[in-house]
Design a protein around this ligand. Structure first.
Ligand code: FPP
Length: 247
């Protein structure tokens, strides 16, 4: 739910009609952040967890409608078991600590991906957060866990074909995990790499892409504002001409 007034947004260098409605983030660079400081990778993930809190809060205050966060990809399953269990532990800790505040702020949480791969404790934590916040009407937070864009598309197409012999684009779209959030307006990737990494392949068809070298634990509110200002300055034509019809 937007907290800031139009003039407060203006002070941030933003206007309400130029705030991206659906923001997706590839939260990369936790490990390198930690290594650069001589810390174990787990410290990077913990610092990254605090960034998640800040960015959810600030996105809600700025009036973003949906925020889809890549917390764990299908490829992340190849990581050492220890690191995976640290990530699972952080996820549970995060929800235990933050769910009340998110709920008060009207945030609606949804886990997207094949959660059945995770230990029951993780599945239950996400499920409980979904149930608790299901009636909320503020920021939609989609947390991608054991998520892969191609797998999501196969799933959506299977569901669509089960409903209709000749599904159209809209039928596929309606069967995506993120149907209620619509297309992605702005895709942010931290950590210096400029790749999509199998994230929201259908939903980013017309997204603006924003890459930054800043590593996820260092991605502050000011960094989010930078991305939003950059987005606001872009001309989105969706394959058409400029809005005044000129070339
Ligand atoms: C990428 O950093 C990050 C991840 C694989 C996990 C994302 C997890 C968090 C932000 C913390 C916990 C999340 C929640 C929602 C509580 P990396 O390890 O790939 O970094 P590297 O490329 O520098 O190694």
């Amino acid at each position: 739910m937007r907290k800031y007034t139009d003039s407060e947004l203006k002070a941030f260098g933003l206007t309400p009609d130029r705030i991206p409605k659906h923001v997706a983030i590839v939260m990369d660079g936790n490990g390198r952040w930690a290594t650069a400081k001589g810390l174990p990778r787990a410290a990077g993930h913990r610092a990254g967890m605090n960034t998640v809190k800040e960015i959810i809060r600030f996105s809600s205050d700025l009036g973003v409608e949906s925020l889809t966060l890549y917390a764990f990809s299908t490829e992340n399953r190849k990581r050492p078991k220890d690191e995976i269990s640290i990530l699972c532990g952080l996820l549970i800790e995060y929800f235990n600590r933050e769910i009340e505040e998110m709920h008060r702020n009207g945030v609606r949480v949804k886990g997207i991906g094949d959660l059945s791969w995770f230990p029951t404790a993780v599945q239950e934590t996400v499920r409980n957060a979904e149930i608790k916040t299901a009636g909320n009407t503020g920021l939609k937070v989609n947390l991608a866990l054991n998520y892969g864009g191609r797998a999501e598309l196969v799933r959506a197409m299977r569901l669509a074909f089960a409903q209709d012999d000749e599904p159209d684009e809209d039928a596929i779209f309606r069967n995506l995990y993120t149907a209620e959030s619509g297309d992605v307006d702005l895709l942010i990737r931290t950590g210096g790499d400029e790749r999509v990494s199998n994230f929201l392949l259908w939903q980013i068809a017309y997204a603006e892409l924003y890459f930054t070298d800043v590593r996820w634990p260092d991605f502050t509110r000011e960094e989010l504002l930078k991305a939003f200002r950059d987005f606001a300055g872009r001309e989105r034509r969706f394959g058409g001409l400029k809005s005044n019809g000129a070339k």
